[in-house]
Design a binder for this molecule. Structure first.
Ligand code: ADP
Ligand code: ASP
Ligand code: MG
Length: 453
């Protein structure tokens, strides 16, 4: 059972989590928890302030964050545990203060130091949740995720070393879980040299699925702040409906193209061990949520959901030398490889290649190298919009419906994913919301009750 940031953001949210877990003790849950509320963002702000030489501001933010944890935890732990809470806060925020001093001294921070700082949210929340559980009569034990989640050393974006991790999970958790509720932080792990690592933003979902796979869980439950996977991101289009069941492949596609409700890597361990993943609402635990399973049930609606990713950069590479030439694409992609930058969508014509990137960190260097072989133009503030459904591939007329619905919205790139279960296109960021609204209107007016709520 994984509880996200908003599910543990306040005293009342923590209490709700305790009651959800308490009602499910017979299933012997392992609990994976995110940092409380927006703590990860706050921690990164603290590190940034320190690196910018604003040490006083960093320390003020630090003390506010410590006070926030104290304020929300105190009402939901035993009064006998108040000293333990104080010790947890002193230890972890003391450690943060040391990092702030280190960062302030050199006015920069390495990815390794970023991980040390950003991991504190989950290290603290998991300790606090263990105390909260005890207060509500749950026999809970804390497990430091860094003892079981072994990763490579790619700080801030580490990948789990699954074989080692599964072995440690299988060794550690079963003896504990028979008697206790195991509580651990999501998002964090440790490299083989012992350094603390993180799995990338939103990575607690991934931790939950790694743990589920490692102990052959019956189910992986992702508890969050919405009723499940919806037909559209509720922050972009209101009135989205709950998708009751969806396939792993469809969910992965949606997650990858912007449905933040699930970290994109989450489905992989679950697929490997064929464990269903449920998305549930911690504010409304009675709602049955979304069930993600290996094969989806037949559905009258071709499209299951629409996702979008703003803040996309389009790089267009053009050269007459491409005409009839070979090896050109290789040379282009090698540049993106040298400056580790994932490419999401690619379209090509005889003399040009357009591609989209999400992370513009190395954009200047990439463009400089590409200019040596071709003309390059860059468009920022673009968005990818993506419709997903596993019968897109064998239903005629979907592209027609999509582009008719878009009316006069200017479409810059089009790609029918190689997986054939998505159709994605790029528009200017300003057109993202109208495009989503138009598509939602087109595809979700009449819903199959077997699949949608
Ligand atoms: P948590 O802190 O629980 O991990 P997140 O904020 O990471 O929660 O993910 C939940 C959010 O994902 C929702 O509040 C919603 O705004 C967003 N979201 C984006 N796309 C979808 C979608 N298709 N269905 C449901 N939620 C979505
Ligand atoms: N706390 C981490 C983040 O904010 C991981 C997570 O919540 O899943 O990115
Ligand atoms: Mg999340």
């Amino acid at each position: 059972m994984k509880f996200g940031g908003t599910s543990v953001e306040s005293a009342s949210a923590l209490e709700r989590v305790a009651s959800i877990v308490k009602a499910r003790l017979d299933r012997q849950p392992v609990v994976v928890v995110s940092a409380m509320g927006k703590t990860t963002n706050r921690l990164l702000e603290i590190a940034t302030a320190a690196a910018e030489g604003k040490q006083n501001e960093a320390l003020k933010l630090l003390s506010d964050l410590k006070e926030y944890h104290r304020r929300e935890a105190t009402p939901v732990i035993k009064s006998d545990d108040a000293a333990e809470l104080e010790q947890i806060l002193t230890d972890h925020f003391g450690e943060l203060q040391d990092y702030v001093a280190q960062i302030a001294e050199v006015e920069e921070f390495s990815p390794r130091l970023v991980d040390s700082v950003s991991s504190l949210g989950e290290r603290i929340s998991s300790r606090i949740l263990t105390l909260v559980f005890r207060h509500f009569g749950i026999d809970a034990v804390h497990l430091d995720a860094r003892h079981v989640i072994v990763t490579d050393s790619r700080h801030t974006q580490a990948s789990p070393l699954l074989k080692k991790t599964y072995a440690r999970l299988a060794q550690t958790i079963p003896p504990l879980v028979a008697k206790h509720v195991v509580v651990m932080g999501g998002f964090i792990g440790s490299a083989e040299d012992g350094a603390t690592t993180t799995l990338g933003r939103g990575g607690s979902d991934f931790t939950a699925s790694i743990v589920g796979a490692g102990i052959h869980a019956e189910e992986i439950q992702i508890w969050t702040d919405v009723d499940g996977m919806l037909t559209c991101d509720p922050r972009i289009v209101a009135g989205g409906r709950r998708v009751k069941t969806i396939s792993f492949a469809e969910a992965a596609e949606l997650a990858y193209f912007g449905a933040k409700v699930l970290h994109p890597a989450t489905v992989h361990p679950a697929i490997e061990k064929n464990i269903p993943v449920l998305i549930l609402n911690s504010r409304r635990p009675e709602v049955e949520g979304t069930r993600i399973v290996s094969t989806s049930v037949p559905c009258r609606n071709v499209i299951k959901s629409i996702a979008a990713k703003p803040n996309i950069t389009v790089v267009k590479v053009q050269s007459l030398r491409m005409l009839m030439a070979h090896g050109f694409l290789r040379r282009i992609f090698e540049v993106f490889d040298r400056y580790p930058t994932p490419v999401d969508i690619v379209t090509t014509s005889e003399v040009s290649v357009s591609l989209t990137i999400d992370n513009p960190r190395y954009l200047t260097e990439i463009c400089e190298e590409l200019r040596a072989i071709a003309e390059v133009s860059v468009e920022k503030q673009m968005a990818i919009v993506c419709v997903v459904g596993d019968s897109i591939q064998d239903t005629p007329g979907i592209a027609g419906r999509v582009f008719r619905a878009l009316g006069d919205i200017n479409v810059r790139m089009i790609s029918q994913g190689a997986s054939q279960l998505n159709l994605s296109f790029v528009v200017a960021e300003n057109d993202m919301k109208p495009a989503m609204q138009a598509l939602h209107e087109e595809f979700f007016r009449d819903l199959d009750p077997e699949v949608f709520d």
